[in-house]
Design a protein around this ligand. Sequence first.
Ligand SMILES: NC(=O)c1ccc[n+]([C@@H]2O[C@H](COP(=O)([O-])OP(=O)(O)OC[C@H]3O[C@@H](n4cnc5c(N)ncnc54)[C@H](O)[C@@H]3O)[C@@H](O)[C@H]2O)c1
Length: 338
Amino acid sequence: MKYLVTGGAGFIGSNFVHYLLDNYKDCQVINLDKLTYAGNLDNLKDIENDPRYSFVKGDIADPELVNKIFKDGIDVAVNFAAETHVDRSIGDPADFITTDVFGTYVLLEAARVYGLKKFIQISTDEVYGTIEIGKSSVETDQLLPRNPYSASKSGADRLAYSYFATYEVPVCVTRASNNYGFYQYPEKLVPLFVTNLLEEKPVPIYGDGKNIRDWLHVMDHCSGVDCVINNGINGEVYNIGGGNERENIEVVNIIFDQLKKPDSLKTYVKDRMGHDRRYSLCSDKTMALGWQPSHKFEECIRETIDWYVNNKWWWEKIKSGEYLEYYKKQYVDREIAE
Ligand SMILES: NC(=O)c1ccc[n+]([C@@H]2O[C@H](COP(=O)([O-])OP(=O)(O)OC[C@H]3O[C@@H](n4cnc5c(N)ncnc54)[C@H](O)[C@@H]3O)[C@@H](O)[C@H]2O)c1
């Protein structure tokens, strides 16, 4: 089977490349990635010489390049490539629309023209918007995205469906919850807080810290996507949740406990604009395909924290240059709430 993984140098995409190579002896994997600030070939260092793997540096929004790749024949395309950070989308949404919406269109168009067995559009639980306590989102719920990131992901999600409904491209859409695991760029909560604390720096907690996210181990996400590739019905959407809803402050407290750091390093900052209070997924439909998350949150979040402790070589070089400028604008210059 020949897979095209877009965004394969990012957090989830690189874990998915590892997953495919570990689980399918005879697979071929092409990784198409633009290497934005979030793309990092260090994530793939251990497999870069695997003869089953090849890397193409390029943009999913470049039709000439994308058509060339599809023309050579692709069995399965999995579109992870995206601008992914909500805060950055609030500051500057343009790249989100270009990559997440237009880039997805370019891939779908190539899939329509050259054909393939399955196109997986990686979407997110954020497309449902904020969910009240007591409810969980099912795939038929309306989409109510409330920030430019989730709105652009919703656009791509429905555009992918339209290519199934209109042109019969074999599309499935997956909507996963908050991933945690190795190789996550340190702008997201877990690696940001762990690496800040390892540098004895304060951590910025938004609002009252009580926003709720469902935590999914990245390898459970990968196995969920794999299950949908093999068993998903074309045109359908599949939620992939971890079943681990936690207030942000609970996750923060686990990190502080593990690293034995004082509460004085907790800084409460002004809340994110339009911050969704809670996401929650019902994943019964994906489980009915034969998938189950297998990673226990309490154990695996600690294993993840340890990975960042033991892999400073990976994150220390990221936390310089552009990252420091972004960090200052995002958190240091931000008004302190409490
Ligand atoms: N991280 C999560 O918790 C989460 C949850 C649900 C869904 N998702 C979705 O999963 C996907 C991957 O998320 P992630 O956290 O790994 O993101 P990430 O930011 O770590 O990685 C994104 C990757 O896409 C690449 N990229 C960006 N623009 C590109 C372009 N125009 N052409 C080619 N490559 C480009 C980047 O270089 C990077 O390697 C995204 O589609 C995201 O919306 C993420």
